[in-house]
Design a protein around this ligand. Structure first.
Ligand code: 13P
Ligand code: SF4
Length: 387
C-alpha cells in the first residue's frame, strides 16, 4: 500500500479516497464528493435513491459489511452465495457490490454483458488477494514446468484472489473455491491430478487438506514467492501432495490458541466457532469451523442460553450477538479486529453510488479485461458446478 522513495522513506501512503496504487489488487482510489457521515439524512437519501432505481439495481452485501450497509442489501451472503446471486439475476442493470474488490471482479465475470458491477469504494481491496501477483504465480508455474509436474498438478485458487489468478487457474485445468466448498474443490482436484497447487491462503488450504481430506502435515509444502525456488528443493516440490501459497488473512491470523484456552478457563460451557482462514492450531482447538454462512447458521440453530466465542470478522460477530440476544456471542479476540478494507464501504459511499446512478452516472465500475475474464470464468463456472 506504500512505496519507498529514493531516500528510503515511505511515500505515497494511499489515504482513504485519494491517490492510487497500481501495484495492489484494489488499484485505484475513489473519486468524487462523498456526503459527510454526519449527514442525518443519509439513510433517507439511500432509501430514496434505491426506490427511484427500483429493480434496475441489486445491492449485494457480504456478511462482513457494516450494519448501516447491510440494511440496504437485497441479498446478504458469504462470497459463494454472492457469486451465485450475481450469476442468477440478469434483470438487474446495476449490481452494487458491498464487499471487496475480488468479489466485485468475480461478479463482473459472472454477470451478463448488459449488467454493470459497481464497488462503492474502489479502495476496498483485500490484503490476502494482494499476496499472489500474476507474475509471481507464473514464476512458480514455470518452475513446475521445468520439473515436468504441471500435467499432474491441479491449481485451486481461493475466491480471495485477483481475476488474473483466477484466469491462470482456469487456463491450467483448475477451479476456484470458497471457504464453503474448499473440501469439494480439493477432492475434485485429486480426482484429476496427483498434486494440488492451492493459493493464495495457506491456512484454508492446509486446514482443508489435513482436517477434511486426512492428509498429513508432511504432505504439504509452502511456496514462498519471495524466495528463490519458493524456498523449496526440487525434491520437496515433486513429492508434495499440496503446494500451499504463502498467503494469509491478517484479520483471521490474529486469533490464537491462548485466547481459546482463556475462554475455556473462564467459561467452561463455551463453544468455539471459527472461520477456516484461521491458523491450523486455532482451527484444531475449536469446536466448529466453517464459512461465514455456516457460522451464521450454527448460531441461528444453537439452543437458547448457549455460549459462543466466534473467530471471524467483528462486524459479523457483533451482528450475531445483536440478532440472537437469547444466546451469548463473544468475539474470540481481546482486541478490536475489523477487516479495514471491508469497512471502507460505508453509508456515505453507498449513498454516493446510488445517487450517482439516479443522476445517470455510473461510478466505480469494475470491469475485468475480456481475455482474463474468459479464462477466469472457466474456473468460476467449475466451482459453481462442483457436486
Ligand atoms: P467467506 O467465503 O466465508 O465469505 O469469506 C470471505 C472472506 O473474505 C473471509 O475473510
Ligand atoms: Fe481479505 Fe481477510 Fe478482509 Fe477477508 S477478512 S476480505 S481475506 S483481508
Amino acid at each position: 500500500m506504500t512505496s519507498a522513495d529514493s531516500s528510503g522513506t515511505l511515500s505515497n501512503l494511499l489515504l482513504l479516497g485519494r491517490g492510487s496504487d497500481a501495484g495492489s489488487e484494489r488499484g485505484v482510489s475513489c473519486e468524487g464528493d462523498l456526503p459527510t457521515p454526519a449527514d442525518p439524512e443519509l439513510r433517507e437519501r439511500a432509501r430514496a435513491a434505491k426506490a427511484t432505481l427500483g429493480s434496475r439495481v441489486m445491492i449485494l452485501g457480504h456478511h462482513y459489511q457494516r450494519n448501516e450497509v447491510i440494511e440496504f442489501a437485497d441479498i446478504t451472503g458469504d462470497s459463494f452465495k454472492l457469486a451465485q446471486a450475481a450469476a442468477s439475476h440478469p434483470e438487474a442493470e446495476y449490481v452494487v457490490f458491498c464487499g471487496v474488490h475480488f468479489m466485485a471482479e468475480s461478479a463482473d465475470i459472472l454477470v451478463g454483458d448488459h449488467q454493470k458491477v459497481i464497488l462503492p469504494d474502489l479502495a476496498a481491496g483485500c490484503s490476502m488477494a494482494d499476496m499472489a501477483s500474476a507474475s509471481q504465480v507464473d514464476t512458480a508455474w514455470r518452475k513446475f514446468e521445468e520439473l515436468s509436474i504441471t500435467s499432474s498438478t491441479i491449481p485451486i485458487t481461493y475466491m480471495n484472489s485477483t481475476a488474473a489468478i483466477k484466469a491462470f487457474t482456469g487456463k491450467n485445468g483448475g477451479t476456484v473455491c470458497t471457504s464453503s466448498n474448499a473440501e469439494r474443490a480439493m477432492r475434485w482436484a485429486f480426482e484429476r491430478g496427483e498434486r494440488v497447487f492451492f493459493l493464495p491462503d495457506q491456512h484454508l488450504g492446509r486446514n482443508t487438506a489435513l482436517l477434511k481430506l486426512g492428509l498429513k502435515a508432511s504432505d504439504c509444502v509452502i511456496w514462498n514467492p519471495w524466495k528463490k525456488n519458493g524456498g523449496l528443493t526440487d525434491e520437496e516440490i515433486v513429492s508434495a501432495k499440496v503446494i500451499l501459497w504463502r498467503g494469509h488473512c491478517s484479520v483471521h491470523g490474529r486469533f490464537s490458541v491462548d485466547t481459546i484456552t482463556d475462554f475455556r478457563a473462564r467459561l467452561p460451557e463455551v463453544k468455539i466457532l471459527v472461520h477456516p482462514e484461521c491458523k491450523n492450531e486455532v482451527v484444531s482447538a475449536a469446536d466448529l469451523v466453517g464459512s461465514t454462512e455456516f457460522i451464521i447458521k450454527t448460531i441461528e440453530e444453537a439452543p437458547s442460553g448457549s455460549v459462543w466465542a466466534v473467530g471471524t470478522e467483528l462486524n459479523l460477530v457483533k451482528r450475531l450477538a445483536e440478532t440472537f440476544p437469547d444466546k451469548t456471542v463473544h468475539f474470540l479476540d481481546k482486541t478490536v479486529c475489523y477487516c479495514s478494507t471491508m469497512n471502507r464501504i460505508d453509508l456515505p459511499h453507498l449513498v454516493y453510488t446510488l445517487e450517482s446512478l439516479v443522476a445517470g452516472r455510473v461510478i466505480n465500475q469494475i470491469t475485468v479485461e475480456a481475455e482474463a475474464a474468459k479464462q477466469a470464468k472457466v474456473a468460476l463456472e467449475r466451482m459453481l458446478a462442483l457436486p
